[in-house]
Write a protein that binds this ligand. Structure first.
Ligand code: G1P
Length: 288
């Protein structure tokens, strides 16, 4: 990938049906891991990787996302004496320039990325799916930037149990150099028993602007949606695509149990909550 990727697209336009009823009024991406919205984690990961401009793709009814990034001078004034809280109130929008585009119709992830075309312009960019939370330093996006060869595109992957691989995009790889695999083909949500491997795509991508033309000519695929995975299959005709196995644990914040697990593990790692979280988990385990 060319040295400097400055922009990241964060698709956040989905209906969040697995989190109903809360998603009637709260966008899924603002649900917390402990006390921080998922969206904040991925913006922090982008900033750590050197991204300066974040483009969030939202949909009608999810105005709360833009609201989250707005400055709150009223709160800042009230909390002026408490440096720790003040820092938390300010941190939302300070990490990057955050802008928004609206996907008017739910036509799929590939279409959501295409909606950001004008905002990205003619330069390489990252895509980060906010319900894939990856705990690691350096972040997954940084790791991909370091690993991806010049003039190539890449996706993050991890090995998953074969029985769940049909839930994901899956790559077929040609050769591999440690954790970097040259992709030979990829498929979105292969029917059970047909996946070419158990290397599933995790929501991090480094892409050239040429992918937009590919997405323009991508027909609806799995779930009758325009899939990013299918757009990448077209991109591969001209651009080498690599699959990066990253270091770190991926949490699936896309469903309630995954989010609960992420919260618990996060609470165990954080100095201010470790003791109470350990006691809670022991107490709950003793009741089983
Ligand atoms: C999306 C992508 C899929 C990828 C997954 C990772 O699927 O389409 O290729 O494996 O994210 O979380 P979704 O979770 O929207 O079904």
């Amino acid at each position: 990938m060319p040295a400097a990727i400055r922009k990241a697209v964060i698709p956040a336009a989905g209906l969040g049906t697995r989190f109903l009823p809360v998603t009637r009024s709260v966008p899924k991406e603002l649900l917390p891991i402990l006390d921080r919205p998922m969206l904040q984690y991925v913006v922090a990961e982008a900033a750590e990787a050197g991204i300066t401009d974040v483009i969030v793709v939202t949909s009608p009814g999810k105005e709360g996302i833009a609201e989250y990034f707005r400055p709150r001078p009223d709160l800042e004034e009230r909390l002026a004496d408490d440096a720790a809280l003040l820092e938390k109130v300010r941190s939302g929008a300070r990490l990057a320039n955050v802008s928004f585009v609206i996907q008017e119709e739910p036509l799929g992830l590939g279409h959501a990325v295409l909606t950001a075309r004008d905002a990205v312009g003619d330069e390489p960019f990252a895509v980060i799916l906010p319900d894939d939370i990856i705990a690691h330093e350096p972040g997954a996006l940084s790791q991909m930037m370091a690993a991806t060869p010049d003039d190539a595109a890449s996706v993050a992957v991890e090995r998953v149990p074969w029985e769940i691989v049909h839930n994901y995009g899956v790559v077929d790889t040609e050769s591999s150099d440690d954790n970097l695999h040259l992709v030979r083909g990829l498929v979105e949500k292969p029917p059970p028993g047909t996946a070419p491997s158990n290397l599933s795509i995790v929501g991090r991508y480094l892409l050239p602007a040429a992918v937009f033309d590919c997405l323009e000519r991508t027909p609806p695929g799995a779930r009758n949606e325009i899939q990013l995975t299918d757009g990448l299959a077209l991109l591969m005709e001209d651009t080498p695509l690599y699959a990066c196995e990253f270091q770190g644990i991926r949490y699936d914040g896309g469903n309630p149990m995954g989010l609960l697990r992420a919260s618990l593990e996060h609470a165990l790692q954080r100095d201010d909550t470790r003791e109470a979280a350990t006691a809670l988990i022991k107490e709950l385990a003793a009741q089983l």
